[in-house]
Design a protein around this ligand. Structure first.
Ligand code: ZN
Length: 175
């Protein structure tokens, strides 16, 4: 911070430093370091805490956008894995070194035949519960089927509509 003040010809005093620490103190350190590095190169003035948060990718708008993107990708991922009806999904288990097989394959002593080792058996993963707020927002746009059926033309608008309904029901806080 002192270095940034020096390169931007700004004066900083203890109360100002205390205010910055108060506002930025709970942010992740790597993001802050990056923000200060960017500011040294990009700013001809001493940036406000709000500007530093933006450089760190941590402004309220940026965080909101990240949270929305996260909820939306949960929905997309859910459909990819469990379809629109929440079907269980069999997942291939990574072969573990059970001692009887090689990469999940058991070769007979003669070396002529091979079979799959039981240690590779599939695991059935039930569909996770969709949080009530997400479910409610989905209901407003036509459910999981709407998300599945959306075309590139309508995808962004559908996401916006979903977000609008979600915001009214504090989607972001519960996800
Ligand atoms: Zn095995």
């Amino acid at each position: 911070m002192v270095r940034l003040a020096a390169v931007t010809n700004a004066t900083i005093d203890p109360p100002k430093i205390a205010a910055y620490v108060d506002i930025l103190g709970s942010e992740p350190v790597p993001a802050l370091i990056r923000a200060f590095e960017l500011a040294e190169r990009a700013c001809t003035w001493f940036p406000s805490p709000a500007e530093l948060l933006k450089l760190a990718g941590r402004s309220p708008e940026q965080l909101e956008e990240q949270e929305i993107a996260c909820v939306w990708s949960f929905v997309r991922d859910y459909i990819a894995k469990h379809r629109v009806h929440g079907m269980p999904r069999s997942e291939r288990v990574q072969p573990k070194d059970c001692g009887e097989c090689r990469d999940g394959w058991r070769v007979s002593k003669t070396g002529n035949s091979v079979k799959r080792c039981p240690c590779t058996e599939c695991r059935v993963a039930p569909a996770p519960e969709i949080p009530a707020t997400i479910k409610a927002a989905l209901g407003e746009i036509g459910g999981l089927q709407a998300v599945r059926d959306t075309t590139p033309e309508f995808q962004l608008r559908l996401r916006d509509a979903f977000t609008d309904f979600g915001n009214q029901n504090s989607l972001r806080n519960k996800s």
